[in-house]
Unconditional design. Structure first.
Length: 228
């Protein structure tokens, strides 16, 4: 905590988690929420983000970001839980779209319709992961431009970039390589729609040398500067 406080004294900080399990039917972990609230109060981050998914089921932790069925029932459930979290944190929550490899037979709306409706009804914000949009678009056969067009610009607080792997006919969100050309193109379209919002480059495995990371970050910065 002391190191984090030293960093916070010099730089803006954001908190990004994977443990809220906002779409789970398991009860919210109020001990986790209390600890998160105390951390946010101490650090005063620019925002707190997590994922539009579930990670817990039947009391077990999946160690993965599992997609939701896009139904009115799931929508109401997520909105209610987001409201509880936001009241406990005293701030808006920022939620990220995840990559997916399956669709539920019961889904009756698109992912982007669901995400936009949740943000509107819960009055939360969106972390738009551009790589995840590209991965899911390929896996499910939709136009990623339709996704961007449906997201309200005023709700987008941050964007993410990352690299994916091609596995036969599917793409896998691995965060283990450079950003792919089609993701850069989609990012440029996202900047044109949402403006130069803060962007993070994710590279979590097979991490290259620092110079390579800086080069990737510079590519994003060049596109942000052009969007301005």
């Amino acid at each position: 905590m002391r190191q984090l406080e030293r960093v916070r004294a010099r730089y803006p900080v954001v908190l990004h988690g994977v443990g809220l399990s906002i779409g789970s039917v398991d009860p919210l972990d109020h001990d986790y929420l209390d600890r998160l609230a105390r951390l946010a109060a101490a650090v005063q981050p620019e925002w707190v983000s997590d994922h539009m998914c579930f990670t817990h089921a039947g009391g077990r932790y999946s160690h993965d970001l599992l997609p939701l069925p896009y139904t009115p029932e799931a929508l109401r459930h997520c909105v209610q839980r987001i409201s509880v979290v936001q009241e406990r944190l005293g701030r808006r929550l920022v939620l990220e779209n995840v990559s997916s490899y399956l669709r539920y037979a019961d889904s009756c709306m698109s992912e982007w319709e669901f995400l936009a409706a949740v943000a509107d009804e819960a009055d939360c914000e969106i972390l738009l992961d551009v790589n995840n949009v590209a991965v899911s678009a390929h896996n499910h056969g939709f136009d990623p431009g339709d996704y961007l067009a449906a997201i309200p610009p005023e709700r987008v607080r941050q964007m993410h970039l990352a690299g994916y792997e091609q596995a036969e006919d599917h793409r896998l969100d691995t965060h283990g390589r450079a950003v792919q050309p089609d993701v850069w193109s989609l990012y440029e379209a996202a900047l044109a729609r949402f403006g130069p919002v803060p962007t993070s480059l994710e590279w979590d495995q097979d991490i290259p040398d620092f110079e390579t990371l800086c080069t990737e970050a510079a590519r994003a910065q060049e596109r942000m500067d052009a969007a301005r």
